[in-house]
Design a protein around this ligand. Structure first.
Ligand code: UDX
Length: 455
């Protein structure tokens, strides 16, 4: 493989994982961030996010001198062959993605491009999730930054599909790589960059390798941008769909886990993302679904399906409260333990975590809320100061009238029902918001079990 000089702007989730993995493949990577302190701590190998395997990959790349961190974007633009924009695009008040970070980076790239001299055109890669049409917008901003000077570059879209908690794995073993560009030279540069992943030829301790080869898809810019939104919206739809089925299962006395198993074996449906429960949260689904709805609205198109997907997801949270109210009658003065606070296991991310909304609602109804999480204790108590956050699940359960499994951490799945029953106060209600407990063995110990769609 040819070793490329790669720049990554933004050392958040996507930027840092992408940079570390590209360095692991053998490229020479420089990561740029405006946060000087973060740059210094990353240079020492201190990874600010909880992501399995990431610290090892960053550490390995630092030792091999394949990765470095800087605040100097202009010098990076002058040096690299490929430059990723991986800054955040948070939702604005109207749900549309806020592109101000992308815009200021693009302008600065434009301003520095003229100094690249005779080097081949810079391949600028949009890795941030941006509205359809943003590729052209980035080109416009680069030109604006260049102020009439002659600059040569390509803008490419390369959407990101990694999941938090398995971000390194997903980057090295993706289901596909999608590139949006109308330039052959740019798509060839991207193919070269990803060659070790496409051919699965990089060193790995996975034996056997999970993938033989990875499809590399080249399409136009707008379609690549749309693929990202459509993929996330489809997955959110799949979850809301099974949650709708779960609600009907509850009415007719069926068990949604059996139903999901039965439909998932149909290869046209597939068994993944059919776990019913509290619903979807996190940094991507809520943001991307609302951005896609807002893109459609700009064209006077109201997405009936996505509106329903969001409505079902909102309803799931209300169901947690109504399940508690049904068994506890009033929530006033009742102690409720929330087990698992991050939006999903194996991450410390609290963005759009269902636990926060549940905690706030329960508090407003007069309940005493105690939260347990194996990693995110600090951010959780900051976000909801009324909630007492503890680091021992049994301490959270002690004296609790009800417990809600909000996030299916192993530490929560593996709680000992006998010990839990001994600690809780009547009616010892367990609302299994992720359908991960075995109802029979929980009830055997004298706990009252309520799942989602389990009849
Ligand atoms: C998601 C996409 O999976 C990823 O491809 C994209 O790049 C970013 O968004 P992530 O947000 O990390 O990744 O989490 P994911 O594992 O997809 O879960 C999203 C939410 O859906 C979580 O709140 C999870 O609890 C929920 N979920 C997932 C369900 O409720 N049921 C399921 O069956 C699967």
């Amino acid at each position: 493989m040819r070793r490329l000089e790669v720049g990554i702007v933004g050392t958040g989730y996507v930027g840092l994982v992408t940079g570390a993995c590209l360095a692991h493949l053998g490229h020479s990577v420089v990561c740029v961030d405006i946060d000087r302190e973060k740059v210094e701590s990353l240079s020492r190998g201190e990874v600010p996010i909880y992501e399995p395997g990431l610290e090892e990959v960053v550490g390995g790349a630092l030792r091999q001198e394949r990765i470095s961190f800087t605040t100097d974007l202009p010098a990076t633009v002058e040096r690299v062959d490929v430059l990723f924009i991986a800054v955040s695009t948070p939702p604005g008040e109207d749900g549309a993605a806020d592109l101000s970070n992308v815009a200021s980076v693009a302008r600065e790239i434009g301003a520095s491009l003229a100094r690249r001299g005779e080097k081949s055109p810079l391949v600028v890669v949009n890795k941030s999730t941006v509205p359809v049409g943003s590729g052209d917008y980035v080109s416009m901003l680069i030109e604006e930054g260049a102020e009439g000077r002659d600059v040569s570059y390509y803008v490419v879209s390369n959407p990101e599909f990694l999941r938090e908690g398995s971000a390194v794995y997903d980057t090295l073993f993706p289901d596909r790589i999608v590139i949006g560009t109308d330039s052959r030279e740019a798509s060839e540069a991207m193919r070269e960059l990803y060659a070790p992943i496409i051919e699965q030829s990089f060193p790995t301790s996975y034996d056997p390798r999970p993938k033989a080869a990875v499809p590399f898809i080249v399409t136009d810019l707008a379609s690549a941008e749309m693929i990202k939104y459509a993929a996330n919206a489809f997955l959110a739809t799949k979850i809301s769909f099974i949650n709708e089925v779960a609600a009907i299962c509850d009415l007719v006395g069926a068990d949604v886990t059996n139903v999901a198993h039965g439909i998932g074996l149909d290869s046209r449906i597939g068994s993944r993302f059919l776990s019913a429960g509290i619903g979807w949260g996190g940094s991507c689904f809520p943001k991307d679904v609302s951005a896609l709805r807002s893109i459609a609205r700009e064209y006077d198109y109201e997405s009936t399906i996505l509106d329903a997907v969001v409505a079902v997801n909102d309803r799931q949270l209300k169901q947690v409260v109504s399940k508690l109210q049904r068994e506890l009658h009033t929530l006033k003065g009742k102690r409720v333990a929330l087990l698992g606070l991050t939006f999903k296991p194996n991450t410390d991310d609290m963005r759009e975590a269902p636990s926060l909304k549940i905690a706030r609602t329960l508090d407003s109804l007069g309940a005493r809320v105690v939260g347990y999480d194996p990693v995110a204790t600090g951010p959780a108590s900051e976000a909801v100061p009324q909630m007492k956050v503890v680091t021992d699940p049994y301490a959270a359960l002690s004296g609790a009238h009800a417990a809600v499994v909000v996030t299916e951490w192993d530490e929560v799945r593996n709680l000992d029902p006998k010990q839990v029953a001994g600690l809780m106060a009547a009616p010892k209600l367990v609302v299994d918001g992720r359908n991960v407990l075995d109802p029979a063995s929980v009830e055997e110990r004298g706990l009252l079990y309520r799942g989602f769609g389990r009849g």
